[in-house]
Design a binder for this molecule. Structure first.
Ligand code: HEM
Length: 146
């Protein structure tokens, strides 16, 4: 039987459902574990690191039209608020996005889905920057290290 693709299919369905987000987040968390910029922000302990991966997986599944597992387990996403405890500057955001871009490519979605995912991650990683660069904050310039 021919698989017919319709416009009403969500990206979640088009990439093959949960398995895609499992592969994506595994690759992301595995490669990020060697990153000296962004890894220190995440929990040391293996179990907590795995929990963080699952929370990202549930969020992404839900965001792209899959089951609302994140909402059921964690509540409303409120990602800016949830990232507030971590200092995320352009460097951290860039490192995060680098690993996520690699993970998206390694998970081999279709070309259209890859473009959608990468556009979204670039937007989201930029939106979660919460550290003001010293140059944009004259009050912090004194005592700066550059
Ligand atoms: C900009 C770079 C980013 C950094 C440095 C970052 C870092 C973090 C850290 C340190 C945590 C907490 C992990 C834990 O202790 O459990 C976290 C949680 C999370 N992040 Fe990010 N993140 C970034 C971008 C993103 C983006 C773009 C998304 C979504 C597309 C995202 C989604 C999440 C989710 C869903 C959680 C779990 C929140 C919860 O339920 O508590 N993050 N992130």
């Amino acid at each position: 039987m021919l698989a017919v693709m319709t416009d009403s299919e969500t990206l979640y369905e088009r990439v093959g459902g949960e398995q895609f987000f499992e592969t994506l987040t595994r690759h992301f968390y595995d490669t990020m574990s060697d990153d000296q910029v962004v890894r220190p922000l995440y929990p040391d302990e293996a179990e907590a690191y795995e929990t963080a991966r699952l929370q990202l997986k549930w969020f992404l599944m839900q965001y792209w039209g899959g089951p609302p597992v994140y909402l059921q387990r964690r509540g409303v996403p409120a990602l800016r608020r949830r990232h507030a405890p971590y200092v995320i500057g352009a460097r951290e955001s860039g490192a995060w996005l680098h690993h996520m871009t690699e993970a998206v490519k390694a998970a081999h979605p279709g070309a259209e889905e890859e473009a959608e995912l990468l556009t979204y991650f670039e937007m989201a990683a930029t939106a979660l920057v919460n550290a003001v660069p010293p140059a944009a904050n004259p009050g912090a310039a004194h005592g700066g290290d550059c």
